[in-house]
Design a protein around this ligand. Structure first.
Ligand code: AMP
Length: 753
């Protein structure tokens, strides 16, 4: 909240002289009859009596003091506010005060008892010099917390009345320094880096002397954890610093943003993720999923921008030059909204996206670039959150995806989950008490499970040791267990089998068998598990290739594509639609319009007629998925076409065009043909997925009921204005002359490495 405190001093000099006793470098004691609860975040302004701001900053209430007129010296009510942020001028003023105090012999954070002489008229009491310096634990605080180095209530200048008042109506916006608008790119940089924006880790790579390599950070890490947190000082931390607080501050530490970015909040997938993650996932702008960090609702674009910014800094430090161009990889399953969100995140981080590249294609590039191969490969990508399998045909510099599929709920976290369950069973067996209902304890357990899993990729046994997980009769209880590779193999084998089911299905979709695959490329951290190697080798009848590094291949491939953009030897990338696109029908059904694995670019025309007499508006809900039921498909958006000329049912014809670009961007256009009149269509994804489905189930939004694939002429530019803001905002083209064709896009289903 915002708080303005009107002090009784007329000048800065008077303030420094008289208020110093209330202040230290760490914070300030504010006298008020209405102290805010401990932990309240404040945007703070200390003003002179004339109203001019003297000290501006942000802080958090650390302790409060109840009034006690009988105490000696008398205790006035108030609160100790710890500074979390001060502007430069305020910091300088605070410094002056602290120096003055030190000259007077009062150490910072030390109490100077003050005579109390509040005048009835509220004017300040005469100044007095502190007589002694004594330690300052905030003993009088109603809520005792460890003493920060700032004044205790006892030392406060109670003689100087001041008035605390609400500065702003409603919640204040603490400035966490989040990227809010695209950072302008002055001059395109020479260097173009490849970035693998991963679920768990992200990294950058570049080509030098014809060879790609992953750019190391100054600390020697090859990757930046894709984690953003708010630390105890209310500062945003990114990467390794954020990872360090994952266990101790799980509620203020956001990991796995890649699974959420570009998704609507009210989708089943987001709700499922919400139940699993300790931080708060909330509805953001336009119904998109967002996260809560301290007092702020932060978009996933902002979170990803912070990670991308960190990766960019690592690259700049290494290359010692400005970097503002990148090729960024995304899962093959990302839909257009997710891709657009990644582009936006990059812009916020000051990066121009030269190309969005699918991860399996990147891995294939890392494997085959410059080798003039003629092979059919399967990229088996098992990362932290999801599994993707893609078959690519490589022919010299042509990389053609022919079939792709995946499971958005199958990744390293599911492997960890199995081990967590095992550890919980051991806990109950050994302690006889339920596992504590404590987020930090659970985070420690999950962390231990993942460590054990990774260690057991290298060795046969691993000791898990977690002291102080809970208390029983005041005594700490630990979890000590030895896990064996054999034991976890039994636990996770069914998960590996599920990945092979997906491979089988991806091959079958193109009538291929395992013998038709020349090489299997393993990518994603979880594919390093020996069990995965064994089972993949048995399934394909050949060991997987060791030619690519599972953690680095995607970034290296992105760097190679970036390199090829500026060189004569270009590469040709051909992709397919990973999941079918269809339209909603009454009764909650979906009719497929463009089949999965259709090579891109692709386009399809669809003819519709009105279904009611005098109908002047029609709606078309667009879905993506393989199920015929809307409830099991991803809702992409609703095309809404208004201004139809009224006529008998069936007489007004509308041509709907679905067009998929090379980067899998879907454009849906609509054109009313009966009279040749131009009409305006508004495509809106503003209504949530559930609302769209409900409408279909109730028989609404059923204009596609009479749909037929017709020989309608293709809608041409200038006929229809169709619009919908990416991420859900409906945008009308308002007063603009009709004739602009607003393209609208959506995409398909999940998901992520
Ligand atoms: P990625 O999203 O590709 O970075 O993959 C991250 C996942 O890989 C996490 O679930 C990790 O626990 C897992 N992982 C990383 N290294 C290993 C390893 N050596 N053995 C098993 N799993 C691993």
């Amino acid at each position: 909240m915002g708080l303005a405190v009107r002090l009784s001093y007329g000048t800065l000099d008077e303030l420094v002289e008289r208020f110093a006793v209330n202040i230290s470098r760490g914070g300030v004691f504010i006298r008020t009859r209405d102290p805010k609860p401990v932990g309240t975040l404040l945007v703070l302004e200390l003003r002179l009596s004339g109203g001019e701001a003297a000290i501006r900053g942000e802080g958090v209430v650390r302790w409060i003091q109840a009034e006690d007129p009988t105490a000696h010296p008398r205790r006035a009510p108030g609160m100790g506010v710890q500074f979390t942020k001060l502007d430069d001028a305020s910091r300088a003023l605070v410094e002056r005060m602290v120096e003055l105090k030190e000259r007077r012999g009062v150490a910072p954070g030390v109490v100077a008892p003050a005579p109390i002489a509040d005048r009835p008229d509220g004017t300040p009491a005469p100044t007095r010099a502190p007589s002694a310096a004594i330690p300052a634990p905030p003993r009088a605080a109603a809520t005792p917390t460890p003493a920060p180095a700032f004044p205790s209530p006892a030392q406060a200048d109670l003689a100087a009345p001041h008035r605390a008042e609400q500065l702003l109506a409603g919640p204040a916006r603490l400035d966490l320094g989040l990227p809010a608008s695209p950072r302008p790119v002055a001059r395109p940089s020479r260097a173009i880096i490849g970035i693998d924006l991963g679920t768990s880790n992200s990294c950058a790579a570049i080509v030098k002397d014809g060879r790609p390599y992953v750019i190391p950070s100054r600390e020697g890490h090859n990757t930046v954890p894709s984690i953003v947190g708010l630390n105890a000082r209310h500062r945003i931390v990114v990467g390794h610093l954020a990872k360090a607080q994952l266990l101790t501050n799980p509620k203020a530490t956001v990991s796995g943003a890649k699974r959420l970015i570009g998704r609507a909040y009210d989708t089943p997938l987001v709700q499922e993720i919400r139940a699993k993650y300790p931080y708060a996932i909330v509805p953001g702008e336009d119904g998109a999923a967002a996260v809560r960090l301290g007092p702020e609702t932060v978009s996933l674009e902002q979170i990803s921008a912070l990670v991308l910014g960190e990766v960019r800094d690592v690259a700049q430090n290494h290359l010692r030059e400005e970097v503002n161009r990148a090729v960024i990889t995304v899962p093959a399953y990302y839909n257009e909204r997710q891709r657009a969100a990644v582009r936006e995140a990059a812009a916020l981080a000051g990066l121009r996206v030269e190309r969005i590249l699918n991860e399996p294609t990147a891995a294939a590039l890392a494997y085959a670039y410059g080798r003039h191969l003629n092979q059919r490969v399967l990229v088996y990508d098992l990362g932290g959150g999801t599994f993707d399998a893609s078959v690519l045909e490589l022919s010299d510099n042509v990389y053609e995806v022919v079939s792709t599929g995946g499971d958005t709920f199958l990744g390293g976290v599911d492997f960890d989950g199995q081990i967590v369950d095992r550890l919980l069973a051991i806990w109950e067996e050994r302690t006889g008490v339920p596992f504590p209902d404590d987020r930090v304890a659970l985070s420690r357990l999950v962390d231990a499970a993942e460590r054990a899993k990774c260690a057991l990729s290298e060795r046969a046994e691993f000791p898990v040791s977690l002291p102080y997980l809970a208390l029983r009769d005041g005594a700490p209880i630990a979890l000590e267990a030895v896990l064996t590779r054999e034991e976890i193999v039994a636990l996770v084998e069914p998960l590996v089998d599920r990945t092979l089911d997906v491979c089988r299905e991806v091959l079958l979709a193109k009538g291929l068998g395992t013998k038709d695959i020349d090489e299997v490329l393993l990518v994603g951290g979880q594919s390093r598990m020996p069990l995965v190697h064994q089972k993949v080798a048995a399934f394909f009848g050949r060991p997987p290739s060791h030619a690519v590094h599972p953690d680095e291949a995607v970034a290296l491939g992105a760097a190679l594509l970036a390199h090829s953009l500026g060189s004569a030897e270009g590469v040709v990338l051909i992709d397919v639609l990973p999941m079918s696109i269809g339209i909603g029908l009454p009764g909650g059904r979906v009719k497929t319009i463009i089949e999965r694995n259709t090579p891109l670019p692709a386009r399809k025309q669809y003819g519709l007629t009105t279904t009611r007499d005098g109908q002047t508006e029609f709606e078309l809900a667009v879905f993506q998925g393989e199920s015929g039921a809307a409830s099991e498909c991803e809702y992409l958006g609703t095309l809404r076409l208004g201004g139809l000329p009224p006529g008998p049912r069936g007489m007004v014809k509308i041509a709907v065009g679905f067009e998929l670009g090379a980067e899998c961007l879907l454009t849906v256009t609509a054109r009313e043909l009966n009279t040749g009149r131009e009409v305006q269509a508004v495509m809106s994804a503003r209504e949530g997925a559930e609302a769209a489905r409900r409408k279909l189930e109730q028989g609404g939004g059923a204009d596609a009921a009479r749909a037929q694939t017709g020989n309608f002429p293709a809608p041409g530019p200038g006929d229809v204005a169709a619009d919908a803001g990416a991420g859900g905002a409906a945008v009308s083209n308002g007063g603009r002359a009709l004739g602009g064709l607003f393209r609208k896009l959506f995409g398909r289903r999940p998901e992520a490495r």
